[in-house]
Every structure is written in C-alpha cells, then in structure tokens.
Design a protein around this ligand. Structure first.
Ligand code: BGC
Length: 670
C-alpha cells in the first residue's frame, strides 16, 4: 500500500474515530435529556393535578371519580381525601418541577457542542399543541424561559455570536405568551378543570413511602410515553397458526428446588405452609431430563420462570452461577426445539427486596427494573415470549389481603398500593424488554375461570383471585370488593384499552402484545373455595374465556396454564381423568380457534408434579413425581400418550374425543 493511501486511510480513521467519540458523548447526553424531560412532563402532570385539587371546587370532581369504586374502596379514598392537604402537595410538586427544570438545564449541551439545536428541538417537541392542553403548554413556559436566559447569558459571554438555538426557543415562548395574554384567569381555571376531567380518569388510594395517605391519580396522560413501542405484529388467524405452541408449564419455585432466599422460603420456614419446599421437583438438577420429556411428547414450548433471587441473591450482586443456570436452561430448550416462555415474577421475589421496601417503594421499583434489564439483556436472544407477572390479582389478594401466601400481609390498603406499583412496573418492564429484545412479545397471564351465580348464570370476570386460597373468609364481601377494584385497575391501566372494552371495540391493548390466560375450573358463588382436587371441571367455560379475553384485550390469546389436580394420585371423586381433561379442553380451544379467536398456543400445567404453594398433595403433573421421598423419579401418567397424540394430530381428533369423554356426572359438553 502506498504512503499517501495509508495517510489518507489514517486520516479517514481519525475522522471516523472523532465521529464515534462525538456520538458516544452525545448519545448518552441525549438519552439523559430525554429521561429528564420524561420526568419533567410527569412532574408537570402531577403539578397540574394538585393545582386542580387545590381549587375549592375540586371536592365534587373527586367525589365523581370516587363513585366509580366499590363502597369499601370509595370510603378509603374519601377518608384519605379528608386528610389530604392539597396545598402542601402543590408546594411540593412545584419544588419538584423546579428541581427538574434545573436538571434539564444542567445537562443541556454546552455552547460549542453542536448538539444544542437538537436538544432545544427535543424540548419544544414535548410541548403539546392545541387549546385543550393550554395548562400543559403553560407549564413548559418556565422551562423555556430559563433556557432562554441561560442561552442569552452564554451568548453575552462568548466571543463568537451564535443565536441559532435562541432563535428556536424564542418563537415557542412568544407563542405561549400570546395565548396567555388572550386567556383570562377565570378561563384558565376552566381550562384546567377541562384538562383534569379529560386526563384523570381514576382516583385511587395509595400509601406514600412514609406511610401517609396520598392520592394517586391515573389517567390517559400517563400512558403516552410508552405507547408507541415497536411490537412485532403477531400471527393471528384461523385455524391454528403454523407455529402453534404446544407446551408444558412450570415455575421456578415449584419445580427447581435449590434455595435462593425468596419470600416463599421465608414463609414456609416460618411454618406458614402445610409442607416445606424441600427440593421441590428438583428441576434444578433434572431440567435436562424434563426438557427431554417435553420434547419426547412432540412439544415445541416450555414455560417456566426466572428466580430473581438466583440471579441477584443480594441486592446489587449478580451471581454468575445463577445467570449461567438460566442460560443452560434456555439453551437446552432451544436445542430441543422448545420455545421458552418466561415469567419474571411467578409469585416469588427475593427476601431482601421486602427489606428494601418491597413493591410499593421507589427502591423496589428501581430494583425490579434493574432485574428486568439484566435478564432481558442476558436472555433476549434466546427468549421471545415474556410474561411479567403471573396472575397478578391472585398474588395481590392471596399475598396482601388474605395473608395466605407470601409475603403474607393482610392489608387491603397495601394491596392497592402494590397493585399500583405492579401496573407501573408492568409498563416499565414492557418498555425495557422491548428496548433490549427487539423480537420480544410481552404480556402477563391472568387466572381465569367460570363463575356460576346461582340461577343467574355464568359470568367471566378478569380477576378471579382468591380461588386457590381456601378458607371461608375468601368470600368475604370486602375481599370481593377489593377484587373488583383490582380488576378495574388492571383493566384500565395495564391493558390501557383505548376506546373501551367489549366485543364491538376494535382497539387493542397497549402494553400487552398477547394475553396469557390460565384456566382451571368453575366456581359456584356464593361459596367457599376448595382444594385443587375438588375444583369443579368445566371445559365449556374455557371456550368462553378465550372468546372474552380476546374481545376484551384484542390481542391473541396464549393459554399459559390449564390443568387438573388429583390428591396424591388418588382417582378423582368426580371421575375426571387427566386424559379426558386434556381432550375436552383442547376441544373447546379448537372450537374457539374455529370461530375465529386467535390463539397462539396451549401450555399445559404441568410437566411434573411439584410444590403446590404449601403442599405436595395436589398433583398436576403429566409425569408424576414423589417429591417427598426426594428420589425424584419421573413416572409417566397415561395423559402423556394422550397429549402426544393430540400434538401429533395437531388437535383433538374424533377418535380421541370418543375415547376420552367427560364423565357422565359433569353434564353435556357442547
Ligand atoms: C399458578 C400455579 C399453580 C396452579 C395450580 C396457578 O394459579 O400459576 O403456580 O400451581 O395455578 O394451582
């Protein structure tokens, strides 16, 4: 190579290196500004809410929103409202806004960085247009004006005149100022009221970090930030899409068995469960075997959860062994053609997480986001199907209202605060996972069922939380009311359904790329909840649930769990066998698919018997395992061959249907 060519190349590389450094320096700065602006607009929204709530007329609006709640929750909120000093909150929100304004200015690019125009454009682009958003537009004025003063000051000090950035900012200020001049003070109050009614669709009770009551207002404005994330279009259609997922499901705590310092270990160690966890089904050591068994049935999907405590046994300390374990697990799945379907929180999290404040604390939310970030980076290339929370309302009710599950609270107010936090965390996780894993599908899975209300008929609701928990107080009115409230929250916020729910609505959920459903049984109300081997089996309801969930959420449905328990392998009193259960339920799913409801897959609960949250007696496994004797031998039940036959045929055939009917006692199947 000649010397001039070398020199030219060297200078070219130098040029590229400079560009690269400039990019590296500027990209994080821009990310910081974006983040600070996100925080500014959230704070502005809060500030406007408190501005409104400080008006003497706000009480009637609060009452209007409170009335959407059930009586128990409405009373809670009224009580909080009485104790709330809006003016104090207003002062605090103003301080917060000012702090964030200082933050934005402190990271605004320096005079000669060349990125100032773009940064100014970023700020201006945040300001919404239109008369209806005047309060928000006005809220940006202090930020713009301080920016202008800073730019003018810098301009005055610099030797070279450069007013380009100022020229961008000044017209934006002039425009808002002109609007202010035309609007009287009374009109401004009216506009604030209108803004509040449009944007604040719910008012919920919550606990602040210090434990004092505050209001959390939720509304359309909170969702816009994350709303336009890339989500791969999902296969929908009829009949079963080519790559229909046939799988088995389990969860880390119930299957793996190796200790990890989680809340359920504490709960069981404290004697709050019938049986200790022991080594569960020893999936930690025997996972290769179980993956072989799944692949041997012809399946192409395997669902389990990541145990947070295994990845991060102490806050901030990542255990490479734990990280490696899930790599081996997901690699093992991929090697066998099994699509990993991965839950992040399947009723468990580390005990240290409770110590730092748990879900209803800022520290908790931050720690969770970090966990999500770590695992979606680590495993994003191996995992496409993510579920943030397993059956959120079940955990909220069982773990925070009834105290029947870890962490064992009996505190409805905390339950609502945690619900709020999970809604927020789901949205954050949705965003983080999509940022780290461009081929991800993100959702959560809900416990579903059929509820029979005496002679009034069957209903299907979104939240059927207390079903697992046994005990007569499960049906107490307060709990049912909390359930309804939790349902409302999830519906309104996690689903973020635009345009309302119902068969007529065409709009789809914003934070769910698909919807996971777990279907087990029929519940007669009023009545207590029973042990799993006594759950009333009702395959027809499965069709209805698939239809309803599709109609509610407008995204494809993934059956994340469906299964049947016996008690320690004794035949069920109602005559149901797992073979008949499988055939009759898959048949109902096929009906739903035939009728046009998009279903992504069917994932049976469970591959093996396991630790059923306090006891080994309920046996849900296709393969039975005596977990108590700790030999962990996997013994196929007759349902293994039936599932294999279903998968091979791509669904239930007339022969299978004839061979495995529902027991006579269970009534006539459709
Ligand atoms: C849960 C599982 C549980 C199964 C059977 C579902 O509610 O996600 O963890 O084992 O039901 O009770």
């Amino acid at each position: 190579m000649s010397i001039p060519v070398c020199r030219r190349m060297a200078s070219c590389w130098r040029f590229l290196a400079v560009l690269w450094i400039a990019f590296c320096v500027s990209a994080p700065a821009f990310a910081d500004i974006r983040d600070a602006l996100d925080r500014y607009s959230d704070a502005l929204r809060r500030h406007l809410v408190w501005q409104f709530l400080s008006l003497p007329t706000a009480g009637s609006q609060v009452e209007r929103l409170v009335r959407c709640h059930t009586k128990t929750v409405a009373d809670l909120i009224r009580n909080q409202w009485r104790q709330t000093k809006a003016s104090e909150h207003l002062r605090r929100s103003a301080d917060e806004l000012e702090r964030l304004q200082t933050l934005v200015l402190s990271i605004f690019p320096a005079p000669n960085s060349g990125m100032r125009d773009d940064a100014a454009r970023l700020i201006i682009a945040r300001i919404p247009e239109g008369a209806g958003v005047f309060p928000v537009r006005r809220g940006y004025l202090p930020l713009l004006e301080s920016l202008r003063s800073r730019l003018q000051h810098q301009e005055a000090q610099s030797e070279r005149s450069d007013t380009r950035t100022l020229d961008l900012v000044a017209p934006a200020i002039a425009k808002i100022r002109a609007e202010c001049a035309q609007i009287s003070q009374a009109e401004e109050v009216g506009l604030l009221q209108a803004w509040f009614s449009r944007n604040c669709v719910a008012i919920e009770p919550a606990l602040s970090e210090s434990g004092s009551p505050i209001f959390v207002i939720s509304g359309a404005g909170t969702v816009s930030k994350n709303g336009n994330l890339p989500g791969k279009p999902l296969p929908t259609g009829n009949p079963i899409p080519k790559k229909f997922l046939w799988g088995v499901s389990t969860s880390s705590q119930q299957w793996e068995g190796k200790r990890h310092g989680g809340i359920w270990e504490t709960f069981a160690d404290a004697g709050r469960t019938e049986e200790k966890i022991g080594r569960a089904a020893n999936g930690y050591e025997l996972f290769e075997k179980d993956l072989d068994l799944a692949a041997g049935m012809g399946l192409n999907a395997f669902r389990t959860s990541i145990e947070w405590g295994r990845i991060e046994p102490e806050q901030g300390k990542i255990d490479p062994e734990g990280v490696k374990f899930y790599h081996r697990l997901f690699d093992g799945m991929r090697k066998r053609g099994l699509e990993p379907v991965v839950t992040l929180v399947h009723f468990t999290w580390p005990q240290w997480f409770e110590k730092i404040g748990g879900w209803d604390s800022e520290a908790g939310v931050r720690a969770f986001c970090r966990f999500v970030d770590i695992v979606s980076r680590e495993y994003g290339s191996k995992v496409d199907f993510w579920l943030t929370y397993n059956e959120p309302p079940v955990e909220i009710i069982a773990g925070y209202v009834l105290g029947a599950s870890a962490p064992g609270y009996r505190n409805p107010l905390k339950a609502l605060a945690v619900t709020r936090a999970w809604i927020r965390c789901h949205k954050l996780a949705y965003r983080i996972i999509h940022e780290n894993d461009t081929t991800a599908y993100v959702s959560w899975n809900n416990y579903t069922g059929t509820y029979r209300l005496g002679s009034l008929g069957d209903i299907h609701v979104l939240v059927e939380g207390a079903a697992n928990q046994g005990g007569s107080d499960a049906s107490a009115a307060g709990v049912l009311e909390t359930l309804t409230s939790v349902e409302n929250q999830w519906m309104k916020e996690v689903a973020s359904i635009e345009g309302g729910r119902g068969a007529g609505s065409r709009s789809r959920s914003k934070y769910l790329d698909y919807i996971g459903i777990d279907y087990y049984a029929l519940w007669r109300l009023p009545g207590g909840f029973t042990k799993p081997h006594l759950w009333e089996i009702h395959p027809e309801g499965f069709y209805d649930v698939i239809r309803n969930y599709y109609n509610w959420f407008r995204v494809p449905v993934l059956v994340a769990e469906n299964g049947m328990a016996s008690c320690d392998l004794a035949p069920r009193q109602d005559g149901w066998t797992r073979e008949a259960f499988l055939v009759q339920h898959v048949k109902q799913m096929q009906r739903a698919i035939r009728d046009g409801y998009p279903v992504l897959g069917y994932i049976h609960w469970s591959i093996t018997d396991n630790w059923e949250w306090g006891s080994f007696a309920p046996r849900f496994g296709l393969y039975s395992v005596d977990c108590r004797n700790e030999r962990f031998e996997r013994v196929p039940t007759p349902s293994v061959d039936v599932y294999r036959a279903i998968v091979r045929a791509g669904g239930v055939t007339p022969e299978l249907e004839a061979r495995y009917p529902a027991p006579i006692s269970s009534g006539k199947a459709r």
